[in-house]
Design a protein around this ligand. Structure first.
Ligand code: CAA
Length: 521
């Protein structure tokens, strides 16, 4: 087989147009095909505005941007694809459309042409089986935005020739991407972990008091993720997320993968995210990433007069962080440990702030307060990082509105980001991270992917600052995660939220999870 010099891309939606840009930037002859003139024009406009963005940022000259767009052969002529060494499709995610496309490609392209699919939810094996060249059909799964995200999941089926796997991996590398070769399981590596987490976030948003802004702030400031889960749903498209959850659910038949009812409702209503102009957030116009205010946008916060002193229950480093936070806001704190808390000692009118740990709940203290049950609230203060400092305000069902506002004012007074949530185990960050970490460990322990590859995939596919296994090894103790998972499972009634055995082993034997997974693989 010769080198890949000419590439055809069929379907110029967000992903297809991004893929065209990747290949054209690499200097490959790129043939971009759509079914009608308006779709072709839309595809060209996506590539043009993406390269214009590079010009605006001084990363590319006007001339180079123009040359790049001009170098692409935008065409409605399907038969032009006969010249391609590789044809990749990014058409809508329906098997009938893909089957029809590949049978037409089979008729047009010589037998040596490699076919690739950018599918994120269909079985690559099923697609391969419909072609006359199943050994030369492969998954080449890019991530949105394709010109930026460095990962390509190279999906091999049981029929794919090794040589094709090598050449596609090489091509991805030549385009500045990092390929990770994976088997053909629903969701592959990244979407299984990412979209399950997004689905979970939608359920938490739907079923608790945390706002959409709160969820996204918690995960960006508290977990250093590049985007919040709800903004990311909007970027990917809620219809795409729903399709992925549907296939994950069909494969696992586990309730944990059941698509969030709210997600399905929004897709039925046409609220697909950025592409339709409205999803969890509202955008300036369809296709834009600029969020504009809507009826859910919170009103400007009016700070309340802060008390001079608070009664602070807790111990350990997180409690010290809370003391610091109060001091920065000009509030002094009287600290007692959980064990020594005596409700009779709390002076009249002094609010009680409980320094909640991931598995600690403020309600345990509140219920000791008798008629003053509404004067207790939980605060979980994370350590400051480069994005600031997150304060999760864990309101019990009894916490007064005034106390919620006092807590917000303290956080804002200390220049931290407050997020109001329910008084549940893990608050927001721990609640959403723990099942994701558990899933990653399950995936590595099953032998589907190595610890290194899962870490690389999540960092390069989603822009995470570190992969799940490295996170567990360096930033978390397995026993805390296990405790949080057990409590989450108690609440959700989902057995898949229970810690996997590798995590409980790590907790019991005090062995690093990375070590345990390396030993077992
Ligand atoms: N097209 C081209 N370039 C883009 C772009 C786009 N749509 N969006 C951003 N960029 C470029 C910018 O030009 C900028 O480049 P420079 O730094 O060289 O100037 C760079 O990306 C960073 O952009 P911004 O400064 O505007 O914004 P940011 O720092 O917030 O980054 C982001 C934006 C790259 C999207 C970042 O938020 C991120 O990594 N988010 C996570 C995205 C993610 O998880 N993607 C995977 C989704 S799952 C998937 O796609 C698979 C599937 O099957 C569903």
């Amino acid at each position: 087989m010769g080198a890949i010099n000419t590439v055809g891309v069929v379907g110029l939606g967000t992903m297809g147009a991004g893929i065209v840009e990747v290949f054209a930037k690499q200097g490959l002859a790129t043939i971009a095909v759509e079914i009608d003139q308006s779709a072709l024009d839309r595809g060209r406009a996506i590539v043009t505005s993406s390269t214009q963005r590079a010009v605006d940022r001084g990363r590319m000259s006007e001339q180079d941007a123009k040359d790049l767009v001009d170098s692409i052969s935008f065409t409605l002529e399907f038969s032009d694809l006969a010249a391609a060494d590789l044809v990749i499709e990014a058409v809508p995610e329906r098997m009938s459309i893909k089957k029809d496309l590949f049978s037409r490609l089979d008729a047009v392209c010589p037998p040596e042409t490699i076919f690739a699919t950018n599918t994120s939810s269909l079985s690559v094996t099923d697609i391969a089986a419909t072609t006359s060249r199943p050994d030369r059909l492969i998954g080449m799964h890019f991530f949105n935005p394709a010109p930026v995200m460095k990962l390509v999941e190279v999906v091999r089926t049981v029929l794919t020739a090794q040589e094709v796997v090598s050449r596609i991996s090489e091509l991805a590398r030549a385009c500045g991407k990092s390929p990770v070769v994976v088997g053909d399981r629903a969701g592959f590596v990244v979407n299984t972990l990412l979209v399950s987490y997004l689905n979970d976030a939608v359920n938490v948003f739907d079923q608790s008091r945390v706002s959409r802004e709160g969820i996204d702030t918690a995960m960006t400031v508290g977990a250093l993720l590049p985007m919040g889960p709800l903004a990311l749903c909007d970027l990917i498209g809620l219809d795409v997320c729903l399709e992925i959850m549907d296939v994950l659910f069909a494969q696992s038949r586990d309730q944990v993968h059941a698509p969030a009812p709210l997600m399905r409702e929004m897709v039925s209503a046409g609220l697909l995210g950025r592409k339709s102009g409205r999803g969890f957030f509202t955008y300036e116009k369809p296709g834009s990433g600029r969020v504009i205010p809507d009826e859910l946008t919170p009103a400007d916060f009016e700070p309340v007069t802060l008390p001079r002193q608070v009664y602070l229950v807790g111990d350990g480093m997180q409690c010290e962080e809370l003391v610091k936070l109060c001091a920065q806001a000009g509030v002094s704190s009287h600290v007692v440990s959980y064990d020594q808390f005596d409700p009779g000692q709390v002076p009249e009118g002094v609010p009680v702030l409980v320094s909640v740990k991931p598995v600690q709940r403020a309600i345990d203290i509140a219920t000791q307060m008798g008629p003053r049950i509404d004067e207790v609230i939980g605060l979980h203060v994370l350590f400051p990082n480069q994005k600031g400092q997150l304060v999760e305000i864990a309101a019990t069902p009894f916490s007064s509105d005034r106390l919620v506002r006092i807590s917000q004012s303290i956080a804002l007074g200390a220049s931290a980001s407050p997020v109001i949530c329910d008084d549940d185990s893990g608050q927001v960050v721990g609640r959403l991270l723990s099942p994701y970490l558990n899933d990653a460990v399950r995936m590595v322990a099953s032998g589907y992917v190595s610890a290194d590859d899962v870490d690389t995939a999540m960092m390069l596919g989603c822009g995470y600052p570190r992969g799940p296994i490295a996170f567990l090894a360096n930033f978390s103790t397995p026993d805390t995660i296990c405790d949080v998972l057990e409590q989450i499972s108690r609440k959700t009634q989902l057995s898949r939220h229970l810690p996997v055995s590798a995590l409980t082993d790590a907790a019991i034997y005090g062995v690093g999870i990375d070590q345990l997974l390396t030993e077992s693989s």
